[in-house]
Design a protein around this ligand. Structure first.
Ligand code: ATP
Ligand code: MG
Length: 214
């Protein structure tokens, strides 16, 4: 099943970042996007995840053109179907880790998955305030929060930046297992080429285009 399809995207800020970018994401599939710092990877992820409108081109989610969706439908898709794990975490700072997860569970009518918390190794810290957690713990809580809502498409920007190699590996295994089990898909931006090659498809933003590496 096709989850997302992008056609001929281009975007420009001060200068043109990329043009003619097209890709397709199927259920149970993962896509990695690599490229040098400043090449436009996060910008592309923002466009694919409907946060930013491209200057040209279109993005369809479940076959529906994002630009043609009603505001209500787009809001519903964002709330229920899209999971964003970005470079900054956006956890509620005054709350504990658990309270952050409870909010996500309540908004999406899902249950908190204790098994997931165990796998992410955050059970011990679950009652601590977000501000008392280490950067890596905050990152894992934000991953737990996103997965708690059971999204169909994950958009993940440098998820393992704050983590040591072994924790990073565990976290990535959780994402790969998640998409497989839930018939979901993932678009991952990373500087880690080894990690990128664990994905089904690998692209590189280079010379203002999207090159196919795998
Ligand atoms: N909202 C914005 N307004 C103006 N320029 C922007 C904006 N967002 C990004 N840019 C510029 O677009 C370029 C690409 O930024 P982007 O964040 O997409 O790069 P990136 O490939 O994700 O880099 P990194 O690997 O460092 O995260 C940068 O030069 C950045 O300054
Ligand atoms: Mg970036």
């Amino acid at each position: 099943m096709n989850l997302l399809s992008a056609k001929n995207l281009s975007h420009t800020f001060e200068y043109q970042l990329f043009s003619n970018v097209s890709l397709e994401l199927q259920a149970k599939e993962s896509i990695a996007i690599i490229g040098t710092s400043g090449s436009g990877k996060s910008t592309l992820l923002n466009i694919l995840s409907t946060l930013l409108k491209p200057i040209e081109g279109s993005v369809s989610i479940f076959g529906e053109d994002v630009l043609k969706m009603s505001k209500k439908r787009l809001a519903q898709i964002k709330r229920d179907e899209l999971g964003l794990v970005f470079q900054s975490h956006y956890l509620f700072k005054g709350f504990s880790a658990l309270e952050n997860l409870e909010v996500a569970a309540m908004l999406s009518n899902q249950n908190i998955d204790d098994e997931l918390l165990k796998k992410l190794n955050i059970l011990e810290a679950i009652n601590q305030k977000v501000t008392e957690l280490s950067g890596g713990q905050q990152q894992r809580v934000s991953i737990a929060r996103v997965l708690t809502k059971k999204p169909r498409i994950l958009f993940v920007d440098e998820p393992t930046g704050n983590l040591d190699k072994s924790t990073a590996n565990d976290v990535m295994n959780i994402f790969f297992e998640y998409i497989d089990k839930n018939n979901a898909g993932m678009i991952l931006v990373t500087h880690d080429e080894e990690l990128a090659h664990r994905c089904h498809k690998v692209y590189r933003v280079h010379n203002k285009e999207l090159e196919v590496l795998k």
